[in-house]
Design a protein around this ligand. Structure first.
Ligand code: DOR
Ligand code: ZN
Length: 398
């Protein structure tokens, strides 16, 4: 049986393509191939490369590299770990020269990290406040990785002091205790207050907790310019999956409880969640699996598997091998288009047209996800062996 539909090529507003500087994990060519194979034809790429995208030159270099990529439109977030980095953003946004105007078209906003993750991009308080102020003034979308550095540090010390029995085995599930929900909730609260103070268009990256989501819900009710995204790994995996995934389930923010997972699906159902975005963050298997699990790098690939996972839910199924569907989780094809095209297109001013890139999908075809068949350079997936319904048949790019 087949049932073919056509959709606009999707937009993934949160990916790490690793070029330049980390190309043993992935590069623009390999990760774009993964995106296109997964029905994603536009991506917004994060600044934690080497060098980090914190200067005009670094952005110009990425834009030059991306011009060689045919099938995927790559846009870039600038980053800022120091106040002076924000001056580069201001030049790009306000500069009248054709060079700045061209760069502005390729730049989708500013990314600020409240705590360190891959690439140590954590910004201090002063830089964070100035980032909200300046983005408010310039009208630049600001995306924040919301984890409170001090609370993470406190939780980490508490775990280490407690001498948890798992510590001797360096159990990776401790990672979720070392970056607890309260840390995300406090950071989201702080960020919303700053967005309110400076009228900043603020977007929460990879929201993972019920409490954080509730704060976004309330901010929206208050009429604040606040939006959010959730990642497939927080929709389909929980702390219970550490047992099978080990360090392949390690990312920031970390896997959460079943209650948090259910809350994210409820946020999709009631419209609080604006986007689903992958936080595609390839690391090699060797990096993930050799050495102390608690020191393994955080991040999982996801750009090629997001659409099949979502299509499976839209078909009334549940792709997790346990088969235990989250109560109240539902999704229609129109929701996927809203969450993975219309909303990111609007929030980040990407100017994409629905008929610019088209993807053809066989809604009834079932297949098994296998890392060896995926296109990311990293060659693995946290969804190994999962059965999904819906396959991307063809991408028609101009
Ligand atoms: O898990 C993550 N991986 N979280 C981040 O914030 C960064 C990302 C990466 O670049 O590896
Ligand atoms: Zn990320």
């Amino acid at each position: 049986m087949s049932n073919i539909i056509t959709l606009p090529g999707l937009i993934d507003c949160h990916v790490h393509f690793r070029e330049p500087g980390l190309i043993h994990k992935g590069d623009m060519a390999s990760e774009s191939a993964a995106a296109v194979a997964g029905g994603v034809t536009t991506v917004c790429e994060m600044p934690n490369t080497i060098p980090a995208t914190v200067s005009v030159e670094a952005l110009a270099d990425k834009v030059r590299r991306a011009a060689k990529i045919q099938r995927c439109d790559i846009r870039f977030f600038m980053g800022a770990t120091e106040k002076q980095h924000l001056l580069a953003l201001r030049d790009i946004w306000r500069g009248s020269s054709p060079v700045f105007q061209q760069l502005k078209k390729r730049c989708c906003g500013l990314k600020v990290y409240f705590d360190h993750s891959t690439g140590n991009q954590g910004a201090d308080q002063e830089t964070t406040i100035e980032a909200f102020r300046m983005c408010g003034e310039l009208g630049v979308p600001l995306v924040a990785h919301c984890e409170d550095a001090a609370l993470n540090m406190e939780a980490q010390s508490a775990v280490l002091r407690s001498g948890e029995p798992q510590l001797s085995a360096a159990d990776v599930s401790l990672h979720s205790q070392m970056r607890p929900p309260e840390s995300e909730i406090a950071a989201v609260k702080h960020a919303i207050a700053l967005a309110k103070e400076y009228s900043t268009q603020f977007h929460v990256a990879h929201l993972s907790t019920a409490g954080g989501l509730q704060l976004v819900r309330e901010a929206k009710k208050e009429g604040l310019p606040v939006t959010c995204e959730v990642a497939p790994h927080h929709l389909f995996l929980t702390i219970e999956d550490y047992a099978t995934l080990g360090t392949l389930g390690k990312m920031n923010p970390p896997l959460r409880s079943k209650e948090d997972q259910a809350a994210l699906w409820a946020g999709i159902a009631d419209g609080t969640v604006d986007c689903i975005a992958t936080d595609h963050a390839p690391h090699t298997l060797e990096e993930k699996q050799s050495g102390d699990p608690l020191k393994a790098p955080s991040g999982v690939p996801g750009v090629e598997t997001m659409l099949p996972l979502l299509l499976t839910v839209a078909a009334g199924g549940w792709p997790h091998p346990t088969g235990k569907k989250v109560a109240g989780c539902k999704l229609q094809i129109a929701d996927i288009v809203r969450l993975c095209f219309e909303n990111p297109n609007r929030i980040f001013g990407l100017g994409k047209k629905k008929d610019e890139y088209q993807i053809e999908i066989d809604l009834e075809k079932e297949w098994i996800i296998e890392g060896k068949n995926l296109h990311s350079k990293c060659g693995w997936t946290p969804y190994e062996g999962w059965r999904v319904t819906g396959s991307i048949q063809e991408v028609n790019n101009p």
